[in-house]
Write a protein that binds this ligand. Structure first.
Ligand SMILES: [Zn+2]
Length: 166
C-alpha cells in the first residue's frame, strides 16, 4: 500500500543553491562556487562541498540536476546516474589522494542532519585512524574557495573519462 510522501522542509520560494550550481546560474548562498564542480554528467553533478572536515579534506557532494528534496521523493530512475558519478569520484579520490577508504552519507530532514533541501550524497575520503565521525559536529568548517578549487582540479585530473558516463 502506498503511503503519502512526508512533507518537505524547503521554505516557500526556496532559492536552491544546488539547482544554481548544477545549471551554472548565479549562486545565492554565497557558499558554493562554480569552480567546485568536479564532474557534470547528463543527470547528476559532483562538486567539492563548501563545508569540510579537518581530517578528510576533499569531501564531495553528488546530486541530481533535477530538483528533488530528499530520498523520499527522488525518482528511483536517477539512482544509476548518482551511483555512477559517486563511483567515479570515489575512484578518483583513491587515485588522487591515496585515501585508505571512502564513505558515503546521505541525510534527510532536519533530524537527519539535512540542511540543503536538494538531495545530495556525501562522498568522503577516509584515512586510517582519521576519527571522521568524531569530528562530524565539532570539526565542520567552511573551506576557502581557492582551496576547494585546488581539490577540484586534483580530482578532475584523476577522473576516468570512460567511467563517468552518468
Ligand atoms: Zn535544487
Amino acid at each position: 500500500m502506498a503511503h503519502p510522501l512526508p512533507p518537505g522542509h524547503a521554505p516557500q520560494g526556496y532559492a536552491c543553491p544546488l539547482c544554481a550550481l548544477a545549471r551554472g546560474s548565479p549562486l545565492s548562498d554565497g557558499l558554493s562556487a562554480h569552480s567546485d564542480i568536479v564532474l557534470s554528467g547528463e543527470k547528476a553533478v559532483a562538486a567539492i562541498s563548501a563545508y569540510q572536515w579537518p581530517n578528510n579534506p576533499g569531501n564531495v557532494i553528488v546530486f541530481p540536476i533535477a530538483h528533488h528534496e530528499n530520498l523520499y521523493s527522488i525518482p528511483a530512475d536517477l539512482a544509476p546516474a548518482i551511483h555512477s558519478v559517486a563511483q567515479a569520484v570515489a575512484l578518483a579520490m583513491k587515485a588522487a589522494w591515496q585515501c585508505d577508504g571512502v564513505s558515503t552519507r546521505q541525510h534527510n530532514e532536519p533530524a537527519g542532519n539535512q540542511d540543503v533541501w536538494h538531495y545530495h550524497l556525501h562522498v568522503t575520503p577516509r584515512f586510517k585512524g582519521d576519527n571522521f565521525y568524531g569530528t562530524l559536529t565539532t570539526g565542520k568548517h567552511l573551506m576557502a574557495q581557492a582551496q576547494r578549487a585546488a581539490y577540484t582540479i586534483q580530482l578532475r585530473h584523476h577522473l576516468n573519462p570512460n567511467h563517468a558516463d552518468a
